[in-house]
Design a protein around this ligand. Structure first.
Ligand code: GLN
Length: 545
């Protein structure tokens, strides 16, 4: 295989939310299953330094990498498709680029030169792309946003320049557009695609392939029309119709021989991917043998994008258990002690997801109490673990005014509190103070966790002693109450450098709270053990009903 990295640049046209990330990840998956070493990069033209401070309502989930970067949710898709851990080098924004260029300018690194978009900003973007490509056969680079956005221009200039530098056989452009179906005319329209390609050409980029998002299949004639009007090869017009599952997309692309034009462009020899395992799993996503009902208790249920990794991890577990997991979305703000039994009566498992701020907390606590008392399988993630301890403290230990200081700074019994320091994975003491600004003050990324032998947690992780999972939180369980909890039956089954990472109830078939986010490491081909164990417990509960 060549020592040089080949680049596939993916841009989007017409409008956003077409699934550019899924298309890019699908191509990456096919190439990985040919045997190439493939990585991916998302370059985002917005100005935020990272999405860490962006509201999930506006931007969907913040995906956390193993090395602790808060990244765009597309990185989650990349990892789930590619089954590779990505890092902070696999996502950057305009904000990050400008920060580092300005920092260098202040330091005097540019020796008095005038700092300009070209060459300095564009040069920094090119350097970052090259860095992400190092050591890989192929790097897929997705440019965020839509062609025509003002803020995207330096990024497009960067990929134009980089492709000139590496040559045609080492770089290709794929443009994803929308081919809308106009109902009243009964017609698919190619004009927006032509305009969007025209816009790209104006800045010096001629796409080598066009992927058309569409509700309807495109016939040969229409594909030929797009090829002719956009100046690309006939076999390089690929359709991407709406699918029941995103995991079908690589298979749909493969059926259309997408690797043929890619191989022609990049000079690859007869790429034949092995998608057998993938194909089997997708069949179980589409037509599973059984089903189970899961109550998903959260406060962002109108915006399911903010729980993307979690809902995907549930799909992975379901596929591996040949089960359809029906998610019953329960708005925690609407749950109270009067309606909790009615709300949760049909569910076989209850999940309380992570979250920030006091909204919806009391409803989550009611759901947890219901799961605990009725012995329904329960998984609490991050805030879901913290609240399961608060619920236990209130209702079992009868501790008055038990709370998290996130919700009441002066509560009498701070079950969840803020620690000023903790020891990080490298053994360094990290300082954390309550008064820090919001951005960049969380415990982030992968940390090792020691599992209690014989515990439920150890069992579902195949009797491992140590696991590594990712975090995104500010507050911690207060060890002061540990003995009291354990005496009453809520035991600590996971620990990391003295921090409480997991709790479970001894006298319950499956009641688990984890401070980490198991969903971030789940992949279609490798479901996360905690999620898998939880769904399995739900199936057992259903069968025993
Ligand atoms: N708000 C809690 C904390 O900061 C939990 C965070 C989460 O659920 N991701 O610790």
């Amino acid at each position: 295989m060549s020592k040089e990295t080949k680049y596939i640049f993916v841009t989007g046209g017409v409008l956003s939310s077409l699934g550019k990330g899924i298309a890019a990840a699908s191509i990456a998956t096919l190439l990985k299953n040919v045997g190439y070493k493939v990585s991916m990069l998302k370059a985002d033209p917005y100005i935020n330094v990272d999405p860490g401070t962006m509201s999930p309502l506006e931007h969907g989930e913040v995906f956390v990498t193993d090395d602790g970067a808060e990244t765009d949710l597309d990185l989650g898709h990349y990892e789930r498709f590619l089954d590779e851990d990505l890092s902070q080098d696999n996502n950057f924004t305009t904000g990050k680029v400008y920060s580092s260029v300005i920092e260098r300018e202040r330091r005097g690194d540019y020796l008095g030169k005038t700092i300009q978009v070209i060459p300095h900003i564009v040069g920094d973007i090119v350097d970052r792309i090259k860095k992400a490509g190092e050591g890989n056969d192929i790097l897929i680079v997705e440019i965020g946003g839509t062609v025509g956005d003002i803020e995207g221009l330096p990024f497009l200039e960067a990929i134009r320049a980089l492709r000139s530098e590496v040559g045609k056989s080492n770089g290709m452009f794929i443009h994803l557009t929308l081919v809308p179906y106009i109902k009243v005319a009964g017609e698919l329209k190619t004009k927006p695609t032509q305009h969007s390609v025209g816009e790209l050409r104006r800045i010096g980029i001629s796409p080598d392939m066009i992927i058309c998002r569409t509700e309807m299949p495109l016939n040969r004639e229409l594909k030929d029309k797009i090829a002719a009007s956009c100046g690309i090869e006939r076999n390089a017009v690929i359709e991407s119709p709406d699918m029941q599952s995103i995991y079908q997309v690589p298979l749909s692309f493969l059926n259309q021989n997408i690797l043929e034009p890619i191989a022609q462009n990049l000079n690859l020899k007869n790429p034949k991917p092995n998608m057998q395992n993938w194909d089997n799993l997708v069949k179980r996503v589409i037509a599973p043998s059984t089903e189970v009902n899961l109550a998903f208790v959260g406060k962002y249920i109108d915006l399911k994008e903010s729980y993307k990794s979690l809902t995907e991890s549930i799909i992975h577990a379901g596929a591996n258990l040949d089960t359809k997991v029906n998610i019953q979305w329960c708005d925690s703000e609407k749950i109270d002690s009067n309606n909790v039994a009615e709300t949760l009566k049909d569910c076989d498992a209850i999940l309380v997801a992570g979250g920030f701020g006091p909204r919806g907390v009391s409803g989550k606590i009611e759901a947890i109490k219901f799961a605990r008392e009725n012995k329904i399988p329960y998984l609490g993630i991050c805030l879901g673990m913290q609240l399961s301890m608060i619920e236990f403290a209130k209702n079992v230990l009868k501790l008055e005014d038990a709370n998290s200081i996130e919700f009441d700074e002066n509560c009498k019994n701070p079950i969840i509190y803020l620690i000023d320091s903790f020891i990080d994975a490298n053994g360094n003491k990290q300082l954390r103070t309550h008064t820090s600004p919001l951005g960049g003050t969380m415990r982030l990324g992968g940390y090792e966790c020691d599992l209690l032998k014989g515990s439920l947690l150890a069992k579902i992780y195949n009797n491992a002693n140590k696991i590594k999972e990712r975090h995104r939180h500010r507050y911690e369980a207060n060890p002061k109450y540990r003995a009291e909890f354990e005496k009453a039956g809520l035991i600590v089954s996971g620990e990391s450098d003295g921090l409480i990472e997991a709790v479970e109830i001894k006298d319950h078939p499956f009641f688990l709270g984890v401070q980490f986010h198991p969903e971030f490491t789940s992949r279609l081909t490798k479901p996360n053990p905690a999620i898998l164990g939880f769904i399995k417990a739900g199936i057992e509960y259903k069968n025993a009903r």
